[in-house]
Design a binder for this molecule. Structure first.
Ligand SMILES: NC(=O)c1ccc[n+]([C@@H]2O[C@H](COP(=O)([O-])OP(=O)(O)OC[C@H]3O[C@@H](n4cnc5c(N)ncnc54)[C@H](OP(=O)(O)O)[C@@H]3O)[C@@H](O)[C@H]2O)c1
Length: 268
C-alpha cells in the first residue's frame, strides 16, 4: 500500500501521523504534498517522510490519494492532479461539502470516496462518516474503513446526502460541546469560583457523564431522572431549559448547520 496525502494542514498531517503511529504503512510508502513552505519543513522534520511541494509524476505510483486541501483550493489542484491519475488509483476526499460527482467531474476519475471527519481525529478520538461512488466494490469500503479508523471510529453511509447531516452532527459537533462547556464555566465564575476550579469541575463532569452514557443500559431520559430528584436543584435547571425551549433550539440549530452544508454542497 502506498498513500499520498495532498494538503499537509490540520487534517492531512493528522492522517499522516495516525498512519505512522498505527503502523498500517511504512514511512517510505507515505508522501505528503504540501505547498506551504513552513508547514512542509515542519512536517519533514517531525514525520521523517517524503514531502513534495507540488504534484509530481511520481504520484502515479501511489494507490490511494487523500485530498485534504480546503474546498476552495480543489479546482486548481484538480487541473494538475487529473493529468497524473490512473483509473485504478483511489481518491479519498475529506473536503467538506464537495460531492463525489463534483470531484469525479473535475478529475475525470470515477474511483472516488468522500469522508467527513471531525477534529478529535487529531487525538485518535474522531468519528468519520464516509460514502463511496456508485458501483464501488466492498474491498474499497473495507480499505477506507481501515485507513479512517486509525483516527478513531469510521461509519459507512450508503446515501451521500446523509453527509450533510453528518457535517451538522459530528463534523461541527465539537464546537457545540465547547460552547456548552464555555457557558457552564462562565456560570461557575458568576457563582464566585476561580476559572481554573470551574474548568476542572466542568471538564471532569463531561468526561464522567460520557462514561455513564457509554456504559449504562438506561435511556437518556432515565439517566436524567437519576440525577434530577423531584423539587431538587437539577430539576430547577432543567425546568429553566424547558421554559426557554433549549431542546427545540438545539434541534433547530443543528438543522441550520445541515441546511448550510446542503447549500455549500450545491455551490462548491
Ligand atoms: N478542520 C476540520 O475540522 C475539518 C473537519 C472535516 C473536514 N475538513 C476538511 O479537511 C480539509 C482540510 O482542512 P484543514 O483544516 O486541514 O485545512 P488546512 O489546515 O488549511 O490544510 C490544507 C493545506 O493544503 C495546502 N494546499 C492547498 N492547495 C494545495 C495544493 N494544490 N497542493 C499542496 N498543498 C495545498 C494548504 O496550503 P496553504 O495554507 O498555503 O493554502 C494547507 O497547508 C478541508 O477540505 C476541510 O473541509 C476539515
Amino acid at each position: 500500500m502506498k498513500i499520498a496525502i495532498i494538503g499537509g494542514g490540520n487534517m492531512g498531517s493528522t492522517y499522516a501521523k495516525a498512519f505512522i503511529q498505527s503502523s498500517i504503512i511504512k514511512k517510505e510508502n507515505l508522501l505528503i504534498v504540501e505547498k506551504h513552505n513552513d508547514k512542509l519543513e515542519a512536517l519533514r522534520t517531525e514525520l521523517g517522510i517524503a514531502i513534495e511541494e507540488s504534484i509530481q509524476e511520481s504520484i502515479a505510483d501511489y494507490d490511494t490519494i487523500i485530498v485534504a486541501v480546503k474546498p476552495q483550493d480543489f479546482r486548481i489542484l484538480a487541473e494538475l492532479l487529473k493529468l497524473s491519475l490512473k483509473p485504478n488509483q483511489l481518491v479519498l476526499s475529506i473536503m467538506a461539502g464537495v460531492t463525489i460527482d463534483k470531484i469525479s467531474n473535475l478529475l475525470s476519475h470515477s474511483n472516488v470516496v468522500r469522508a467527513m471527519p471531525n477534529t478529535p481525529a487529531q487525538l485518535g478520538f474522531g468519528i468519520t462518516a464516509f460514502t463511496v461512488a456508485p458501483g464501488s466494490d466492498f474491498s474499497i469500503i473495507s480499505h477506507v474503513d481501515t485507513l479512517l479508523e486509525t483516527t478513531g471510529k469510521a461509519i459507512f453511509m450508503k446515501d451521500e446526502a446523509m453527509l450533510d447531516a453528518v457535517t451538522a452532527i459530528s463534523g461541527s459537533g465539537p464546537a457545540y460541546f465547547y460552547y456548552f462547556v464555555k457557558y457552564m464555566i462562565e456560570a461557575g465564575k458568576q457563582m464566585g469560583m476561580e476559572e481554573a476550579v470551574a474548568t476542572m469541575l466542568v471538564k471532569q463532569t463531561m468526561l464522567g457523564s460520557f462514561q455513564i452514557i457509554n456504559n449504562s443500559k438506561l435511556s437518556l431520559d432515565e439517566m436524567i431522572k437519576m440525577v434530577a430528584s423531584k423539587g431538587g436543584t437539577t430539576e430547577a435547571a432543567l425546568n429553566s431549559f424547558e421554559s426557554s425551549s433549549i431542546g427545540e433550539n438545539i434541534i433547530n440549530a443543528l438543522k441550520s448547520a445541515e441546511q448550510r452544508a446542503k447549500e455549500l454542497s450545491k455551490g462548491a
